[in-house]
Design a protein around this ligand. Structure first.
Ligand SMILES: Cc1cc2nc3c(=O)[nH]c(=O)nc-3n(C[C@H](O)[C@H](O)[C@H](O)COP(=O)(O)OP(=O)(O)OC[C@H]3O[C@@H](n4cnc5c(N)ncnc54)[C@H](O)[C@@H]3O)c2cc1C
Length: 414
């Protein structure tokens, strides 16, 4: 009889390493299959509010940290409209290698296969994964952590999925493109745009000072079905820099980013589990996910370890237990609320969006932070959304209730 792991994880990104490590910590026999070696450098950088790591005692995984964290919700052009809104809370960028090493070190007994999972076949007892090499791997249950584009996870087709798109440059500039030492979550100033461009889907600048004269500037659209094209984002970034009299003198790295914001939830009756992007865990209002991985993996691992202790349970039973732990009704309802909110905001033009975000960040810090990190219990989340509605000017309220006429792109940025 071929070897059969308790759990086989597909993928080698943050979600795969995170869930593999939590399962291993609970004595589960885990194997993984990933396209690249699991210690190969990840392509993306990941940002997070430092307070999310503080409660997990993982602040050490931060490579860059900013206390001067701001956004701009004025139109720009005048002194008043150029005033930043201060977030008053630290933001950080993960040391990618340290995060990867943290998870790998906590899972020394996991066997990683390098290859491509090409087919996943769940039987009554075990699940078989066929690799591109022809090799087959067996496990009592499979967790697909191969990202949001996975073909192995069923979900309801709810029409076009909105994507977060961004074009960014890590580089050196003729003068600082933002205040030195600063992190800019969203700069929605639009005084560099023509009247026609201001009618197009809004985009904002996400930017940070990386030290030693290096800055990261990224033009971002969060949540537009099919995504704003990269050439439009690049053009807008250039115009923004031109307006401030800033030239790029050295391009160290270009980032092209596109990932789904409102992927429908997976069908939770299927016999294959998922985690991370494959499980629609990206926050529909913020685009962030790594904090969620860290918070939600222990619960899923705990439930699976308990279920695996019962040898009579087959793949479908184990997956069902896993889905219940990962997406309990509370989280499903919160997710639906976020998706509803995103749908409303997608109709806003840039003026409404700026007003919306200015109102949102005028909420008490616990409320906007809890909203953005999905850490508010459902009744409180509903309360926050109602308070936001009550604080909003009439035009905004109408947009929130009815949606607005245009197909615009709102958003927070990772
Ligand atoms: C450019 C970018 C920047 C982002 N920044 C942030 C951020 O700052 N903060 C944040 O919280 N979130 C961020 N996100 C959102 C989210 O956290 C990331 O998309 C994250 O990488 C998703 O993790 P994942 O492990 O689910 O999927 P992925 O990172 O996509 O990893 C999938 C893995 O599966 C492997 N794989 C795919 N198919 C197969 C197969 N058939 N067989 C075997 N292996 C396979 C891939 O090689 C890869 O290793 C960002 C997303 C993008 C695209």
């Amino acid at each position: 009889m071929a070897r059969c792991a308790d759990v086989l994880v597909i993928g080698g990104g943050p979600a795969a390493l995170c869930i593999a490590s939590e399962l291993h910590q609970r004595g589960v026999a885990v194997e993984g299959i990933a396209l690249e070696p699991v210690d190969a450098a990840w392509p993306n950088t990941y940002g997070i509010w430092v307070d999310e790591l503080k409660v997990l005692d993982l602040e050490d995984l931060i490579e860059h940290r900013w206390s001067d964290t701001v956004s701009y919700f004025g139109a720009g052009g005048s002194e008043a409209a150029n005033q930043p809104l201060l977030h008053g809370i630290d933001y950080g960028l993960f040391d990618r290698a340290a995060l990867q090493r943290y998870w790998l070190d906590r899972a020394p007994g996991v066997t990683w296969h390098q290859g491509s999972a090409e087919a996943v076949q769940a039987g009554p007892v075990i699940t078989t994964v066929t690799c591109a090499s022809g090799e087959t791997l067996h496990a009592r249950v499979v967790i697909d952590a191969s990202g949001s584009r996975t073909p192995y996870i069923r979900r309801t087709d709810l029409g076009p999925v909105a994507g977060q798109a961004a074009y960014g440059v890590v580089g050196r500039f003729s003068k600082p493109p933002i205040e030195p030492g600063r992190f800019v979550l969203m700069d929605y100033r639009c005084d560099h745009l023509s009247d026609e461009q201001r009618l197009e889907p809004p985009t904002f600048l996400y930017a940070m000072d990386l030290g030693d004269g290096v800055f990261f500037v990224e033009e971002t659209s969060l949540a537009l079905a099919s995504g704003v094209p990269y050439d439009v984002l690049k053009q807008r970034l250039q115009q923004r820099l031109d307006r401030r009299g800033v030239q790029i003198t050295e391009v160290i790295h270009e980032e092209f980013c596109l990932f789904p914001m409102n992927l429908p939830l997976p069908d939770r009756s299927q016999p294959v589990l998922a985690f991370g992007g494959a499980a629609s865990m990206v926050h529909p209002a913020s685009g962030y996910m790594v904090g969620s991985l860290l918070r939600r993996a222990p619960g899923l691992a705990e439930a699976l370890a308990a279920a695996l202790a019962d040898p009579s349970l087959g793949s479908a039973d184990l997956a069902r237990r896993g889905w219940q732990a990962l997406w309990p009704m509370e989280l499903v309802l919160r997710h639906q609320l976020y998706q509803f909110g995103l749908g409303r905001l997608m109709g806003f033009n840039e003026q409404l969006l700026r007003r919306h975000f200015a109102t949102f960040f005028s909420l008490p810090r616990e409320d906007w932070f809890g909203f953005l990190t999905n850490t508010l219990p459902l009744p409180r989340l509903i309360g926050v959304m109602l308070r936001l509605f009550a604080l909003s000017p009439w035009e905004l309220r109408r947009g929130l209730v009815l949606g607005a006429a245009q197909r615009q792109a709102p958003g927070f940025r990772r």
